[in-house]
Write a protein that binds this ligand. Structure first.
Ligand code: ACO
Length: 131
């Protein structure tokens, strides 16, 4: 039996019928959106301002998410460049009435910090105490 990672999720949400695809399971685009939200939260917090997605790399859907599942998204800053931040993101599902949990998706999101004119701006280095 797998259990959820031993860290606080960046986002935890219940998958609802309105998030389903035409077959009744959860739409991959919805899950990507949750992962993008989680990564964006980390990027905006680290950079202290606006940050936008420039790339999502290596996304693979290992298992389906079902309506009613609790979805936990874990986002971790793994690299900081000059204006970019790379965030490793995992999504896990737990059936509503059970303890067993499964990693369903993972990907690397790259965000760029931008200024008020939507141009790239420099980001602070990683803080080993925080990351
Ligand atoms: C269309 C949408 O709504 S998508 C969702 C929301 N996202 C957006 O709106 C972003 C749209 N894109 C943009 O506005 C622009 O691309 C910007 C402002 C983010 C970046 O401007 P650009 O001139 O393209 O970026 P630039 O070439 O200077 O690169 C910026 C950083 O991104 C990195 N980068 C650029 N392309 C990629 C890529 N394909 N993959 C990973 N990193 C990349 C660069 O290496 C650089 O990192 P560094 O400064 O840490 O070395």
């Amino acid at each position: 039996m797998s259990t959820l990672p031993d860290q606080h999720p960046t986002i935890r949400v219940t998958a609802m019928p309105s998030d389903a695809n035409p077959y009744g399971d959860i739409f991959g685009g919805w899950l990507m959106g949750q992962m993008d939200l989680a990564a964006g939260s980390v990027a905006s917090r680290h950079s202290g301002g606006r940050a936008v997605t420039i790339a999502a790399e290596g996304m693979k859907f290992h298992a389906p998410v079902l309506v009613g599942d609790e979805v936990s998204v874990y986002a971790t800053l793994v690299r900081v460049g000059n204006t970019s931040m790379t965030i490793e993101v995992e999504a896990w599902r737990r059936a509503r009435h059970m303890e067993d949990a499964t990693k369903v998706t993972q990907a690397r999101f790259v965000f760029v910090a931008t200024d008020k004119d939507r141009k790239p701006r420099t980001v602070p280095p990683m803080d080993p105490a925080k990351n």
